[in-house]
Design a protein around this ligand. Structure first.
Ligand code: SAH
Ligand code: SF4
Length: 407
């Protein structure tokens, strides 16, 4: 059984520009905020550290809770800024603990009504994975992906990316002194509810390089959200020139959306392949900074019936990846209205997986989590028509990724 909780009232017809929120800002961004209200340069450093601690370690939602900061400064901050999180317009909870939030970002300008994105949380015994987005929509038009058909595309800001984790921790009561919601799955190792992040929601993270890099700096900061870079996976469709910089500047785990073993087919499925073909992509993978058996690249492969799922392709996949410390993540295709593809039959996926497994790769294909709330996706559809298929994708994909990371 699933539970659907209307989380907050419907938004006003005309967007009202609220004062800017400090949540999601980098240290430099917080320093700018302090400068705006006249805090001297000398004092700013210390104040940034305090704000950082209150916002990211304690997750406070009100300046008045920041007891190490003088009342005068708290009042000045409250007059100019907020600690608002994006509005949660819907929350769905699956019987297996998977949670899906529909988030409306505050408008970034007078004409903007605020982007809507979905964020999915998948709890497991030893981890909790959050699937986040880097863009609204995507410019890359992979033929099997619903996001690619969405016309509205913009990069999410650093704040909007970080805010996805802040919302998750806030809703899960995952800050010191907070209580988890009733029925929430509590990790059995005393760890955090959200222990892993995958950039597998909407968008191509490497087309929003700076936004994602700065967000990861905030998320992984030891004095705040403290989520280690080894627990963050960035998935790319293969923006080759940025892969080395991703490793060098972000130091996260890497996932590659491969999906085909021949250029002619990959050109069709992932049109970016025409620019950066398989050979160049794999070369960039071989050179990925920090690559080792302990830090493997995950190769994602969506199972499309009669398109890329033959035994010969499984064997070719294994051959191509030879010498690269890798995991292979087989994703059952999630159909969406109007798609020309179908998901491979289950025995075909098993056979494919068997070949990959015999070559020494764990290739888990698991039953997707949160099926019951997927079934309820239609309820969100009228509001977020273009996102509902994506929500299904994020759930299944995150589950598969979590399984691969566990493997
Ligand atoms: N743009 C990035 C990250 C987001 S997509 C990328 O492409 O890697 C996350 C993953 O979901 C990718 O591997 C993508 O290929 C896969 N995907 C997209 N649409 C899908 C669908 N309908 N069914 C299953 N997987 C899909
Ligand atoms: Fe964009 Fe990734 Fe979808 Fe391709 S698979 S259209 S890169 S989100």
């Amino acid at each position: 059984m699933s539970l659907s909780v209307p989380a907050s009232p419907a938004p006003a017809a005309e967007p009202v520009l609220r004062p800017a929120s400090l949540v999601g800002r980098t240290r430099a961004g917080l320093s700018d905020a302090l400068a705006e209200i006249g805090v001297s340069e000398k004092e700013r450093r210390m104040r940034v550290g305090q704000l950082w601690n209150w916002i990211y370690h304690y997750g406070v939602r009100d300046f008045s809770a920041m007891t190490t900061i003088s009342k005068v400064l708290r009042a000045a901050l409250a007059e100019r800024f907020t600690l608002d999180l994006p509005e949660v317009t819907a929350e769905q909870v699956s019987s297996d603990g998977t949670r899906k939030w529909l988030l409306r970002m505050p408008p970034v300008g007078a004409r903007d009504r605020g982007a809507e994105i979905e964020c999915v949380y998948i709890p497991e015994v030893d981890r909790g994975t959050l699937c986040v987005s880097s863009q609204v929509g995507c410019t890359l038009s992979c033929t099997f992906c619903h996001t690619g058909t969405q016309r509205l595309v913009r990069n999410l800001t650093t704040e909007e990316i970080v805010a996805q984790l802040m919302v998750a921790r806030d809703r899960l009561g995952d800050f010191p002194g907070r209580t988890p919601p009733e029925g929430a799955f509590v990790p059995n190792d005393g760890g955090r509810f959200v222990s892993n992040i995958v950039f597998m929601g909407m968008g191509e993270p490497l087309y929003n390089f700076d936004g994602v890099r700065d967000a990861i700096d905030v998320i992984s900061d030891n004095e705040g959200l403290s989520l280690g870079r080894r627990r963050i996976t960035v998935s790319t469709s293969g923006v080759v020139p940025q892969i080395e910089a991703l490793g060098a500047e972000m130091g996260t785990m890497l996932a590659i959306s491969l999906h085909a073993v021949r250029d002619d087919l990959r050109n069709e499925l992932v049109p970016l392949n025409k620019k950066y073909p398989i050979r160049d992509l794999l070369e960039a993978c071989r050179n990925y900074p920090g690559l080792s058996n302990a830090k493997r690249i995950t190769f994602e492969y969506v199972m499309l019936k009669g398109v890329n799922d033959s035994d010969a392709e499984a064997r070719e996949l294994v051959r191509l990846l030879k010498g690269i410390p890798a995991k292979i993540n087989l994703i059952p295709f999630n159909p969406w209205p109007g798609t020309r593809y179908e998901c491979s039959d289950w025995d075909r996926i098993e056979r494919f997986s068997e070949i990959v497994y015999r070559a020494g790769y764990a290739s888990p294909v698991r039953t997707p989590r949160g099926r019951d709330i997927l079934a309820a996706c239609g309820q969100l559809k009228s509001e977020t028509e273009k996102l509902s298929a994506r929500a299904r994708l994020m759930l299944e994909q995150s589950e598969a990724e979590a399984a691969a990371l566990a493997g």
